[in-house]
Design a protein. Structure first.
Lengths: 195, 199
């Protein structure tokens, strides 16, 4: 985990009591985490009255430095000790380093999920619907008399809030084949899980 | 169940007793050929010339046989019902026997052909799966995210399509369980009773 001089400068501002007071520091770190997690929280800091005595320029720099640190630390799965080393370099007090780590570590799993969802992946199956019909006849053929399953796979695509669907039909034998293969893959998973 | 032959159909088939039984046999062969591959009018004219009759008569005879075959196969007539249905044509025993053979030998194939032209939904063909563990991405290193990747092959009117999908272990177990339940449903007393009663 390495940072450019501009980021280190911004972090130094966040660590400096002359710019960010002790009461404000924790609130600022919380805002930085929340801002990362949801776009709707991104402007909250501008409306927070706790910062009415803080210089807007310094606040902006400190916020940007902290967001960069949180993103990079999560991306590299950094240990609290190595985060501490970076912050020490930026003249943070032990108290500030500890409170940063406390607030950040509580949110880290959520930020990991967020960063993990960035990028392309195939549609992710999250549910399935089925319907069982008995196919009796059609305009060309009487006495077809076969069970037919209609299967709908519900899939999720990152960045798309609506579920997509994949629909297909199966005869009894085809569904047996499908379920057999799914059971094989589940077994394979269980075996690996026991290793 | 009997197949009720329409008057026009009977009239078309009435041409058959007027030719030699070997010719009828050839007509039977041609009618199956046409059901498989579609009709070829040239065959009618050349056969008509050889027999010294109108091409229309040959055409009506062969197409009458095709219609008889497809309708009987569609209804899945049993042998007795089939024989009873064609008795109204007033054919000789030899000719009726030949028509019975034609039906017996080809019913299965005709039904396969009919099922191919029937309405089709995209249906399952195959599922390939593999198990991966995602270790890192540009935005997040040091992951261990287990993933099951699927390639689902479906087919509709002979056109094959494949979908690449993925899922996680929890959803895989869920998916397997729900589809297994669907499979068991067909064996339930309710479904069995319905199936027994639809004949």
């Amino acid at each position: 985990m390495e940072f450019g001089s501009s980021v280190l400068e911004e972090l130094s501002i966040a660590g400096d009591t002359a710019h960010i007071s002790d009461q404000c520091f924790n609130i600022l770190v919380t805002h930085a985490c929340q801002g990362l997690l949801a776009a709707s929280n991104r402007d909250d800091i501008a409306n927070d009255t706790s910062f009415k005595d803080t210089d807007k320029g310094s606040l902006k720099s400190a916020y940007s430095g902290l967001v960069t640190l949180i993103t990079e630390a999560t991306k590299w799965d950094a240990e609290p000790s190595s985060i501490g080393a970076v912050l020490e370099e930026c003249k943070f007090t032990i108290d500030r380093i500890n409170s940063f780590n406390n607030i950040y570590l509580a949110k880290k799993p959520l930020i990991q999920i967020l960063l993990g969802s960035i990028g392309k992946s195939p549609p992710h199956i999250v549910d399935v619907d089925w319907r069982l019909d008995y196919y009796i006849k059609n305009n060309h053929l009487d006495k077809v008399n076969q069970p037919v399953y209609l299967i709908t796979l519900k899939t999720e695509i990152p960045g798309n809030s609506e579920l997509q669907e994949i629909q297909f039909s199966c005869s009894m034998e085809q569904l047996q084949d499908l379920v057999g293969k799914l059971k094989d893959s589940t077994k394979c998973l269980e075996k690996i899980g026991q290793m | 169940m009997l197949l009720v032959l329409e008057d026009e159909h009977k009239k078309h088939l009435s041409f058959l007793p007027s030719v030699d039984i070997a010719v009828v046999k050839e007509f039977c062969r041609i009618s199956m050929e046409f059901i498989r591959k579609g009709t070829n009018p040239k065959v009618y004219t050349s056969a008509a010339q050889k027999l010294g009759v109108e091409a229309d008569q040959v055409q009506n005879g062969v197409e009458g046989l095709m219609y008889l075959l497809t309708e009987s196969s569609k209804l899945m007539l049993n042998q007795v019902d089939y024989q009873d249905s064609i008795i109204v044509l007033g054919f000789s025993e030899d000719l009726r026997e030949m028509l019975l053979q034609l039906y017996k030998e080809n019913r299965k194939e005709v039904r396969t052909i009919l099922s191919e032209i029937s309405m089709d939904l995209p249906h399952y063909r195959n599922l390939e799966w593999r198990f991966d563990v995602q270790l890192a991405s540009r935005s997040l290193r040091r992951q261990t995210t287990p993933l099951i990747l699927f390639k689902l092959h479906t087919e509709s009117y002979g056109e094959q399509e494949s979908h690449i999908l993925q899922t996680d272990p929890v959803n895989l177990v869920h998916l397997t369980k729900v589809l297994d339940e669907a499979l068991q449903e067909m064996k339930s007393p309710y479904c069995r009773r319905i199936v027994r009663n639809i004949k």
